[in-house]
Design a protein around this ligand. Structure first.
Ligand code: RP5
Length: 161
């Protein structure tokens, strides 16, 4: 049987998957059990309610939520769970993700969303940050995360060519 997911990756649309798969990829690389779901704040509000209110009881520890445009998903999810929520602003066509970023980052005091960079870099870093949060109570994961960081350091060239 597969391990129960510790990280829930949710996104507002299947069109967000190209970005959000970067979070899933890094979690897979680090051996962190996760699940992926399409949950729209606007189009499937009941699905969002059910997901966010049930997340902790299902054993999830961190939620990564990606959305674009009027990106209410991370904030609404955070309003319905005490779990840490990491928000990824997906790059929108009209405003290049500036709208997504401002929608996600400007939460009122009291309901935090840890907001990452726009696009794939943000999704990758959300995966790394979720792993770092879980690693605080998991020595084996700490080791895998440190090894990943060391490999990244070793891969950086000394010269441009
Ligand atoms: C948001 O609207 C989604 O997160 C997505 O980034 C954006 C566009 O969605 P689609 O029209 O591609 O489904 O809710």
């Amino acid at each position: 049987m597969a391990d129960a997911p510790l990280v829930g990756i949710i996104m507002g649309s299947t069109s967000d998957w190209e970005t959000m798969r970067c979070a899933a990829d890094i979690l897979a690389e680090l051996g962190v059990a996760h699940e992926t779901r399409v949950v729209s704040a606007h189009r499937t509000p009941q699905r969002l309610y059910d997901y966010a209110t049930g997340a902790a009881d299902r054993g999830l520890k961190v939620i990564i939520a990606g959305a674009g445009g009027a990106a209410h998903l991370p904030g609404m999810a955070a309003s319905m769970t005490h779990l840490p929520v990491l928000g990824v602003p997906v790059e929108s066509k009209a405003l290049k993700g500036q709208d997504s970023l401002l929608s996600i980052v400007q939460m009122p005091g009291g309901i935090p969303v840890g907001t990452l960079a726009i696009g794939k870099a943000g999704a990758t870093n959300a995966g790394l940050l979720a792993a770092a949060i879980l690693a605080t109570c998991d020595d084996a994961l700490t080791g895998r995360l440190k090894a990943w960081r060391a490999r990244q350091t070793e891969s950086v060239a000394n010269e441009p060519e």
